[in-house]
Every structure is written in structure tokens, then in C-alpha cells.
Design a protein around this ligand. Sequence first.
Ligand SMILES: Cc1cc2nc3c(=O)[nH]c(=O)nc-3n(C[C@H](O)[C@H](O)[C@H](O)COP(=O)(O)O)c2cc1C
Ligand SMILES: *[C@@H]1O[C@H](CO)[C@@H](O)[C@H](O)[C@H]1NC(C)=O
Ligand SMILES: *[C@@H]1O[C@H](CO)[C@@H](O)[C@H](O)[C@H]1NC(C)=O
Ligand SMILES: *[C@@H]1O[C@H](CO)[C@@H](O)[C@H](O)[C@H]1NC(C)=O
Ligand SMILES: *[C@@H]1O[C@H](CO)[C@@H](O)[C@H](O)[C@H]1NC(C)=O
Ligand SMILES: *[C@@H]1O[C@H](CO)[C@@H](O)[C@H](O)[C@H]1NC(C)=O
Ligand SMILES: *[C@@H]1O[C@H](CO)[C@@H](O)[C@H](O)[C@H]1NC(C)=O
Length: 400
Amino acid sequence: MRLATYFPALVASALAVEPFWNEPDTGLETFLRSTNWTENSLPALKEMRAIPDFDFAARHFLEDQKYSFYRTAAAGEWSYRNNLEVWSKVKFRMRMLSDVTKVNETMATTILGYNFSAPIFIAPAARGGYGDPERAEINFMEAAASENILYTTALYASKTIEELGAAKSNNTLNGPQVTFQQIYTNANFSVTWDAIARAEKTGAKAIIWTIDAPAGSTRHRAARYDTTNSNSVTSALTWDIYDQMKNRTSLPIIPKGITTVEDALIAIEKGVPAIYISNHGARQLDHSPSPLEIAYEIHRNAPDVFSKVDVLADSGVRYGTDVLKLLALGVKAVGMGRPFMYANCYGLAGVEKAIQIMKTEISHDAAQAGIHDIQKIPSSVLNMRALEDGVFIMEKPGQY
Ligand SMILES: Cc1cc2nc3c(=O)[nH]c(=O)nc-3n(C[C@H](O)[C@H](O)[C@H](O)COP(=O)(O)O)c2cc1C
Ligand SMILES: *[C@@H]1O[C@H](CO)[C@@H](O)[C@H](O)[C@H]1NC(C)=O
Ligand SMILES: *[C@@H]1O[C@H](CO)[C@@H](O)[C@H](O)[C@H]1NC(C)=O
Ligand SMILES: *[C@@H]1O[C@H](CO)[C@@H](O)[C@H](O)[C@H]1NC(C)=O
Ligand SMILES: *[C@@H]1O[C@H](CO)[C@@H](O)[C@H](O)[C@H]1NC(C)=O
Ligand SMILES: *[C@@H]1O[C@H](CO)[C@@H](O)[C@H](O)[C@H]1NC(C)=O
Ligand SMILES: *[C@@H]1O[C@H](CO)[C@@H](O)[C@H](O)[C@H]1NC(C)=O
């Protein structure tokens, strides 16, 4: 039996704390009782109505070890829960009676100048083969092409850089499919240079350099199954490596795992074309901030960051409203990790459906919020007073 709550409801009410739901109750389980669904099988794809439904589906369908690798987060998973719950701190200030008939025409965006149909992308995540052993990340590549969104391939994907390169479409909004390649900095640098060279050869258009893995991470849920990180990454992570990387490739390099305004500003000084704010789905350090809190810190201290470079963000995004909140702060495009890994249990159709659910929600929610241009959402559409409580303010702007 797979429980969806981690606090028994009675204990929770006695302590007057709310139980944490692994995913919000979307009515899926109740509905499935009236169907022929059996525990430990995959519900029909048509029953997937919300992004969190894919977590329920994967949890019941996958072997515990595989689900645990996808689901795990650092330590007490306080950041994991914060990533999901923090969105409710920010309320919409919808302006009514503002004609929103053209909102759909404003869904398309650019990332580093490339054209995409929506401001969402598939975040880099290892071991897509757990969801679909045969096709693994090929489904991400094909779904990204058919839905015209960005796929950022992971270095530790189940398929090789070359296998994924061969699966690219020739027929997208950009012509040949545009992908960005994620890399870690291996303790043996020649492994890193080799990965970059291979990515270049397959036509990747940018390198996403993961900077938030200077050590192993404390992940109890995964350690239980001995599903540890296979990364032999270096702890000697510094900006010097960026300079060395620049020497080795002409591709733009996007640091992934920016969580403070200071690091965002240093990255811009270094000349990066984009930054990627993320706490790695809360898998690295517990009590690391959510992307909403990071984006707000930058918005309060150095709002120019959002106009100087393209800002990508991920961690805990599950609803169209989550995307709109980040966009209103100036984020250019928003990624999801686990939802696509879970959706991959259904293969290509599942990944495509997850993308479609998000697009529909973004479009409907933008209209509901009185937003007529998804590319130019005023931050006044958000009431962020609750984020102000505890936000970091730089004492000497310009010195960091
Ligand atoms: C199973 C799994 C594997 C991941 N592997 C990588 C990886 O190899 N490199 C990386 O930069 N991030 C990795 N991530 C982090 C994702 O890129 C992304 O930051 C995170 O999943 C976003 O949070 P979300 O899962 O709540 O959407 C992984 C995440 C998951 C869930
Ligand atoms: C369950 O019902 C659906 C149609 O509602 C059918 O396609 C499917 O094959 C059934 N599955 C089982 C295991 O009987
Ligand atoms: C925009 O597109 C979505 C999804 O196709 C559709 O459901 C919605 O009604 C459209 N909204 C407007 C305002 O045209
Ligand atoms: C795309 O075009 C290249 C070069 O013509 C070709 O080798 C490749 O097979 C094509 N890919 C697909 C998915 O059709
Ligand atoms: C992106 O779209 C614009 C406008 O449609 C077009 O001019 C441009 O060539 C496209 N860019 C790429 C890389 O295809
Ligand atoms: C580093 O990696 C390269 C390429 O894989 C390999 O040839 C070399 O032996 C490695 N060096 C060390 C010290 O492990
Ligand atoms: C970049 O390459 C040049 C020429 O090979 C070299 O002199 C320089 O030290 C390199 N810089 C870094 C940071 O590796």
C-alpha cells in the first residue's frame, strides 16, 4: 500500500498542523475506484488531468526503488515541501474586465533567441529509463519537438548524448530541433571536456553547467535502496572552471543552481547569456530556497538581472499559476523535472500530455488573472507581501 500522506491525519489534527499531501487531492483516487484500475498498475492516461496525477500514477506503477530515485529529496525534505507549498504565499491581483482574447497568441517565447511555443521546458534529469526502459529520454526529445518546447538533455541520461542527438527532429519552430546539454564538472576534467565536445557534435545549442553539486547529497529515501548519485563530480567548483570552459567551447554556458542575488550578479559579470535558478528539486541541500523565493530576492535587490540575461527557473513547478508567478517576476522560461519523469511511465503520449496540460493551464490561468501578454506580465499582478517577510536585502548593493 502506498500512502499519500506522511503524517497520519489524526496526529496532524492533534498537533494542529496540516498534513503534507504528497500531491494535492485531485479526485483521482476517488475516481479510479469506479474504474477497473487495480493498485500497482498504471491508471489510464485519460485519467491524468493534472500534473500531480502523474506522481500518483508513477508511485503505484513503478518499483519502489525507481520511484524513490525520482521522488527523493535532501534530508527532511523540508525544501521539497516548501518548493510545492510556497506558491500559496503569493496571491493574484487579477484585474477584471481586461480583454484577454489574444492571450494565446502570446504564449510563444524565445530562449537565447530560439523560438518555442511556450515558456516551459523539460529540465535535465538522470535515468529516464526508469519510466520507460526501452525509449527512456527519446520520449522527451520527441515530445519536446512535437510540442515545440525546449528539452535540456542530462549528462546522466539513460540514453547517450549521441543516441539523443540522433532522435532530434528536423522540423520545429527553429528548423532542426534545439536542445541544451546539461553537464556536471567531473573530478577528471577530460571527462567534462569530452562531454562538451560530444554535445557540440550533436548540435546542442548551449551547455547547462550544473553548479549545485559540489558533494554527494543527503538523500535518505534513495539511500534506502542504495540508489545513490553516480556522479564523480569535483568539489573544487569555482568560476575559474567557467573560464576554462569558455576556452573549450563557443557554446553559451548557463550556470544551473543559482540561489542568491550575489551569485546571479557574479554570473552576469562573468558574461553568461542566461542563468538558471533552481534548488535542484530540493535534492541537494535541505532548507535551500524555492525558485519563487530566489526570483523574489533578485527582484528586490537587482531587478535588472531579468532584463540583462534570460533567466530560467525550476523546482516544485506543478501548475500553470506557478509558471505565471515566476514569469511575473521576470523569469523567461520554467522547467519541470519529476513531472516529466513520472509522465514517461506512459511513454511519449504521457510526456506530450503533461506538456499539453501545462500549456492549457497557463493559457486559462493567464486569462483568469487578466493578463493579456504572457511575455509582459506586470509584477503588480502578484501580491508578494508574504515573501517580503524574511527576504534577504543586500546591505551594499554593488558589493557582493
Ligand atoms: C530524477 C531526477 C534526476 C535529476 N538529475 C539531474 C541531473 O542529472 N542534472 C541536473 O542538473 N539536475 C538534475 N535534476 C534536477 C532537475 O534538473 C530539476 O532541477 C528538478 O527536477 C526540478 O524540480 P522538480 O522535480 O520539482 O520539477 C534531477 C531531478 C530529478 C527529479
Ligand atoms: C479497463 O477498462 C478500459 C476501458 O475503460 C480498457 O481499455 C482496459 O483494457 C481495461 N483494463 C483492464 C485491465 O481490464
Ligand atoms: C487558448 O487555448 C486554450 C488551449 O488550446 C483554450 O482552451 C482556450 O480556450 C484558449 N483561450 C482563448 C482566450 O482563446
Ligand atoms: C534529420 O536530418 C539529418 C540530416 O539530413 C538526418 O541524418 C536525420 O536522420 C534526420 N532526422 C530525422 C529524425 O528525420
Ligand atoms: C523565430 O521566429 C522569428 C519570427 O517568426 C523568425 O524571424 C526567426 O527566424 C525564428 N528563429 C529561428 C531560430 O528559427
Ligand atoms: C580521465 O579521463 C580520461 C578520459 O576518459 C581517461 O583517459 C583518463 O585515464 C582519466 N584520468 C584519470 C586520472 O582517471
Ligand atoms: C585559455 O587558452 C589560452 C590559450 O590556449 C591560455 O593561454 C589560457 O591560459 C586559457 N585560459 C584558461 C582560463 O584556461
